[in-house]
Write a protein that binds this ligand. Structure first.
Ligand code: GDP
Ligand code: ZN
Length: 316
């Protein structure tokens, strides 16, 4: 076999993978059959995967090996089991090895949904993406001080909060600097200014990302179609509309408190080690909320997400 080359999966469409080598050459690849033989509960390859390819005589490539993933952003996909065996739950990888995720909201128009932010953050923690950044755009439309108060609990937890205005350019240089040389996820509800912000970072970038997501939304359920958009300065951005309906993949209700980084440190002090933090006596989490050390809104987000997870579990 020819020599194996190291590359990055930058695009996936209809069973083909575009793999970019370090020096910039891109090969259209298929998965080696051997990789597909084992029963898979997760996608074998996805954008962001580091792979080893061999190049065929006709200039196409074959993915021979997929390196272990450092982070996985995924959602569960229900697939029809073969031979009508009913539905099976499987992991659909939205992006592998993302190094940072930007959760974009608007300071106003539309008002930020902190419940949605809390869900994103829990998903981000679960995915093991190293850096989670909260972007508050349209800061020109809101009172800076009031907005700062709303996001203060997140700063206290250790998340970076970046205030931006795509319209006036505030924070755009910092955003560009953060994006450089990294694989980033950029997501948030529609209308908050994601496209405008990316266009401010690099002309045309927002449009390029949006075209990918629209293609995907128009596609069939089963059609995988995703892409990392390369930045002129180095690095990649993926917009992932799938995140908006994201469920927490494979999270047991009992694990959820571990993904709320402000709540997690108190859990081991609860009297019962299976404490749900809802109404048990001796709950250290509720005491922390009462003392003001954990924000009440965050606690309520935790309870709400936990209830959703428990309802989901009844189905299985
Ligand atoms: P997306 O759906 O998140 O990609 O949002 P868009 O980039 O399409 O922006 C939605 C609307 O918000 C557009 O009318 C933009 O002109 C406007 N917009 C985006 N960023 C800002 C901003 O920082 N300030 C103000 N005032 N308007 C903005
Ligand atoms: Zn408790």
């Amino acid at each position: 076999m020819s020599q194996l080359l190291d590359g990055l999966v930058v695009k996936e469409q209809s069973g083909f993978f575009w793999v970019r080598l370090e020096e910039g050459k891109v090969y259209t690849c298929r998965l080696r059959g051997r990789l597909m033989e084992e029963a898979q509960s997760s996608d074998i390859a996805a954008i962001g995967d580091r792979v080893k390819i061999s190049v065929m005589d006709d200039g196409t490539g074959s993915i021979e090996e997929v390196m272990p993933r450092v982070s996985v952003l995924s959602r569960s996909a229900r697939t029809e089991g073969s031979r009508g065996a009913g539905q099976a739950e499987r992991e659909h990888v939205i992006i592998a090895n993302a190094e940072q995720s930007f959760f974009v909201f608007a300071a106003a128009q539309p008002a930020p949904s902190l419940k949605m932010l809390d869900r994103f953050l829990a998903i981000g923690e679960k995915s093991e993406i190293e850096k989670l950044v909260i972007v508050v755009n349209k800061i020109d439309l809101a009172d800076r001080e009031k907005t700062g108060e709303a996001f203060a609990p997140y700063v206290k937890m250790g998340y970076q909060v970046l205030y931006t205005s795509a319209l006036y350019g505030d924070g755009v240089d910092q955003l560009r600097e953060l994006l450089k040389d990294k694989i980033s996820v950029f997501t948030g509800p529609s209308g908050v200014g994601k496209t405008s912000l990316l266009n401010a970072v690099q002309p045309g970038l927002g449009r390029a990302v949006k075209e990918v997501s629209q293609r995907r939304e128009e596609g069939l359920h089963t059609t995988r179609d995703s892409e990392l958009i390369r930045l002129d300065a180095g690095g990649y951005v993926a917009d992932t509309p799938g995140l908006r309906q994201l469920t927490l993949w494979d999270v047991e209700p009992e694990e959820l408190d571990g993904y709320f980084i402000d709540i997690a440190p108190y859990v081991s002090d609860c009297r019962f080690n299976d404490c749900t933090h809802l109404n048990e006596p001796g709950c250290a989490v509720r005491q922390a909320v009462d003392r003001g050390e954990v924000s009440r809104a965050r606690y309520q987000s935790y309870l709400q997400l936990r209830e959703e997870l428990e309802e989901a579990y009844v189905l299985y």
